[in-house]
Structure formats: structure tokens, C-alpha cells
Design a protein around this ligand. Structure first.
Ligand SMILES: [Zn+2]
Length: 260
């Protein structure tokens, strides 16, 4: 059994298959042995579709709530953060705060606002006793800068594609950090396979990040959670483990990290 710790099957990319589109994507995942899925939120418009799809599979799907760094806008920041806080303290059961973090790949314009949003959402996680799902793109220094004020945060660096050096930098600050490994690891020119031994199987969480980053042999297509097995196979190869060992250990990691 596999756990997809980061998937957006509620995304509009699955809506064009009709009303069953997203639910069918979940069923294909279940048929492929992916029995637990974690939905991280993106922005205020995704909260409702995310909750609707999760409610159809209460045994299999859990959710995280947060404002994605690329959705941070200084003008609406106060209102947006307030809405996220309201969700978190409401009736819905969330297993983590996410996805949150810093993304300076697309634009550096809102760097300060991103920092502020990330910092405040880390505080929310602390107060709620929840782990944090971090999105960090071209912003490792800035991300670690914020995390310095949250030394007890439990975190996963989702969609990790960094170097051995990056792993060490992160661990110098947060020794128990997890690393979310997705389709990037299967890409031909990816150096990530050589970084996996440094991370070690006990700190790896598997994820697809559907609908993005489809693994080889589906690269370039719309990604979905049913493809998680390709990532597990690649991780197994890189660490000289069996697929079963990878599935078991990473599912246990997900249970420990997210309390699921
Ligand atoms: Zn994501």
C-alpha cells in the first residue's frame, strides 16, 4: 500500500472528464494500491472543491490547509490569512498546514509578503500542533530564514529537487525534516537519485504533486496519484530496496509525520 502525501486531484485539470472526473482519478489511485492521499490546499478558490472530493472518500483522503506562496498578494493578505485561520479552527479536520512557503522562481515581487504569509502560517501550525508542508522554489535561504523563528516546526520539503548540500543545510536547522520525493526523481537528467542515500528511506515521503510533474514513463502528461508506483520503483532502485520495502517504510513515515 502506498501513500500519496501531496496530490491535487481536485484541480480543474480533472474537471474536463465530467462530474465523475476527479472521483474517477481517486478510484484509479485506489486500484493502483495508493490507499491514502493527502490533499494540500492552494488558494481560497480551491478549498471548496478540495473538501467536496475529500468528503467522497473519508477513509482514504486527508487534507492540509494553507495559502500557496505564489497565491500571496499583499493587498489581500490579511483577509486571506484570516480565512485560512478560520478554516483551520473550524469543523474540518486538517492533518497539516500547507502548502505554504517561498517561491521566487516566478517573481521576486512579493518576497516580503510571501515571507510574512509563511511565517504566520508556521505560527498557526505551531498553535494547532500540526506539521507544515513546505513549497520552496529558488528560495532555500529565505525559507530557512523564516524557519529560524520556528525551531520546533515539523516540516516536509515537498517536491524536493535539491542537492546533498541542500539536505545538509536543511538538517542543520531542522534535523528531523522530511523530503517529499516525486516524479522529478525519475527524470533522465535528474541528479536526485544520487541524493536519496543522503536523505535515507526514513525521511522520505512519496508524492505525485498531481496534476504536475508526471513521472517517467508518463512524463509530459497530466499526472495523477495512480502513477505513484513509478516513483516508488525509482526510489527502490536508487536505494537498493524492494518496492514493497519502499512502500511500507514511506507509508509509515507518512503516518508518523501526519498522524494518519
Ligand atoms: Zn502542490
Amino acid at each position: 500500500m502506498l501513500t500519496d502525501t501531496h496530490t491535487h486531484l481536485y484541480d480543474s485539470a480533472f474537471a474536463n472528464e465530467g462530474t465523475n472526473g476527479p472521483a474517477d482519478a481517486v478510484r484509479r489511485a485506489l486500484n493502483a494500491g495508493v490507499d491514502r492521499l493527502v490533499f494540500p490546499n492552494v488558494d481560497l478558490t480551491t478549498i471548496e472543491p478540495m473538501k467536496r472530493l475529500a468528503a467522497q472518500f473519508p477513509q482514504n483522503i486527508t487534507m492540509a490547509i494553507g495559502l500557496h506562496p505564489t497565491e500571496v498578494n499583499p493587498e489581500s493578505l490579511e483577509d486571506d490569512i484570516e480565512r485560512i485561520q478560520k478554516e483551520l479552527s473550524g469543523e474540518t479536520n486538517y492533518v497539516a498546514v500547507g502548502e505554504v512557503g517561498m517561491d521566487l522562481y516566478w517573481s521576486k515581487e512579493y518576497e516580503d509578503a510571501q515571507k510574512q504569509a509563511f511565517d504566520r502560517q508556521c505560527t498557526m501550525a505551531e498553535n494547532a500542533g500540526l506539521p507544515v508542508i513546505i513549497h520552496c522554489r529558488e528560495a532555500l535561504e529565505q525559507t530557512l530564514e523564516v524557519l529560524k523563528s520556528h525551531p520546533n516546526a515539523r516540516v516536509v520539503f515537498h517536491s524536493f529537487g535539491g542537492s546533498v548540500e541542500d539536505v545538509r543545510k536543511i538538517r542543520a536547522l531542522i534535523p528531523d525534516a522530511y523530503f517529499g520525493i516525486n516524479g522529478i526523481v525519475t527524470f533522465k537528467n535528474s541528479g536526485l537519485r544520487e541524493v536519496l542515500p543522503e536523505i535515507g528511506i526514513n525521511r522520505i515521503l512519496l508524492e505525485t504533486d498531481s496534476p504536475y510533474l508526471a513521472p517517467v514513463p508518463k512524463r509530459g502528461k497530466r499526472n495523477e496519484s495512480a502513477y505513484l508506483k513509478y516513483i516508488a520503483e525509482c526510489v527502490a532502485g536508487a536505494l537498493e530496496l524492494t518496492c514493497e520495502e519502499v512502500a511500507d517504510r514511506t507509508s509509515k513515515n507518512a503516518s508518523e509525520f501526519l498522524g494518519i
